[in-house]
Design a protein around this ligand. Structure first.
Ligand SMILES: *[C@@H]1O[C@H](CO)[C@@H](O)[C@H](O)[C@H]1NC(C)=O
Ligand SMILES: *[C@@H]1O[C@H](CO)[C@@H](O)[C@H](O)[C@H]1NC(C)=O
Ligand SMILES: *[C@@H]1O[C@H](CO)[C@@H](O)[C@H](O)[C@H]1NC(C)=O
Ligand SMILES: *[C@@H]1O[C@H](CO)[C@@H](O)[C@H](O)[C@H]1NC(C)=O
Length: 322
């Protein structure tokens, strides 16, 4: 990572035209014509040469209808769950859907198949140790920022299940926290090691805004923690995970503001530490991306409109810049 950053900085000072007068390497993509095969408001599957342990790596890209090569826009990375792909995650998280009004670039990176052929990201117990998805993510950011006009202070990460757990790993990574402004894991799979501990968490800044969504009836990645469906590894207790983020960001656990959304069987409890750390607990939701319409997860993904994860995430990301 260090060397690729250095080399892109070196390149931008050597080659005139990569930087504009006010530009930096991180907005080196501004002013560039779109690569062949890429057009606004049309999702496309692309690959990137990578030194993450396997190459090339796949991702799906969506530019907003209003994309202008001279106007910096935010970027959201949205990571899929175990066994899924970029196209599935696009339909699930809806960041490309104009009706949610996100005026930025949405990218759906893809994991790599494990020994059993199941596609997944780092963090899952079956993920090959030889593959470094954090490195892939940083390489992808380098590439996207030198190809498209992206506001380096407004880059965000979200993900579902294994992709949510991976979003949590990015939030703990010293390099990723220099590049990504806020993190939103949904039904995150936060695996414990043999000593029942989470991986080391070493963000390079404080606070790190993080928002977690979880169904209280999640039978895949249990709200109160315990064995995953394969029975091989425990995931952590979700309120403990969220409390740890509150503490890491300098809050007292008890200092949260509690409020409620929806009602009856759809009741949602929201905990907020100054909006920096936020947790939504869905009374009757299973292992889903909360949505008011069928979105690829099972039909019990249905929640009321005010508790849709996509709208909540988009409104909350807007608050945070690096
Ligand atoms: C876009 O979102 C709306 C709800 O806001 C939904 O009705 C529609 O089906 C979505 N479109 C796609 C292609 O998923
Ligand atoms: C999961 O947690 C339970 C309770 O703490 C423990 O007894 C069990 O050994 C753990 N399982 C694994 C695979 O670590
Ligand atoms: C929020 O604070 C209350 C005390 O004010 C505490 O009982 C509760 O556990 C906290 N919620 C979370 C999710 O930590
Ligand atoms: C989550 O919601 C369930 C169902 O409403 C409730 O029983 C449980 O106490 C809640 N847990 C927290 C930490 O809010």
């Amino acid at each position: 990572m260090k060397s690729s950053l250095l080399s892109s900085l070196a390149l931008s000072t050597l080659i005139p035209g990569i930087t504009s007068s006010s530009g930096t390497a991180s907005d080196g993509g501004c002013g560039k014509q779109l690569p062949e095969g890429v057009q606004s408001d049309k999702s496309v599957d692309l690959t990137l040469d990578s030194s993450s342990g396997v190459t090339p790596r796949k991702y799906r890209l969506h530019l907003p209808p209003s994309y202008d090569i001279n106007k910096k826009v935010p970027l959201i990375l949205s990571f899929h769950g175990r066994g899924k792909d970029g196209q599935f995650q696009e339909a699930l998280s809806q960041f490309s859907n104009a009706s949610y009004g996100f005026d930025g670039i949405a990218v759906y990176p893809e994991g790599v198949p494990n020994a059993k052929g199941t596609q997944q990201f780092q963090g899952d117990p079956d993920a090959p140790a030889s593959i470094n998805d954090v490195k892939f993510t940083l390489e992808l950011l380098d590439h996207l920022q030198s190809t498209f006009c992206i506001d380096a202070s407004r880059i965000y990460a979200a993900g579902k299940s294994n992709g949510g757990g991976f979003t949590g790993l990015l939030a703990c990574d010293p390099d990723a926290t220099k590049r990504i402004a806020a993190f939103a894991p949904v039904s995150g799979a936060f695996y414990l090691d043999k000593d029942q501990k989470l991986p080391e968490c070493k963000p390079s800044r404080k606070p790190v805004p993080l928002m977690e969504f979880h169904g209280f009836k999640d039978t895949t990645i249990r709200y109160l923690g315990g064995p995953n469906t394969r029975g091989t590894t425990n995931t952590t207790n979700i309120p403990t995970y969220v409390d740890d983020w509150a503490k890491r960001n300098g809050f007292e656990v008890a200092a949260n503001k509690t409020s409620f959304l929806c009602s009856g069987k759809k009741k949602v409890t929201r905990y907020s530490w100054d909006d920096v750390v936020v947790h939504y607990n869905y009374t009757n939701l299973n292992h889903d991306w909360p949505s008011s319409f069928a979105n690829g997860d099972t039909e019990d993904a249905l929640t009321c409109v005010e508790a849709e994860a996509t709208s909540i995430i988009l409104a909350w990301f807007k608050k945070w810049t690096l």
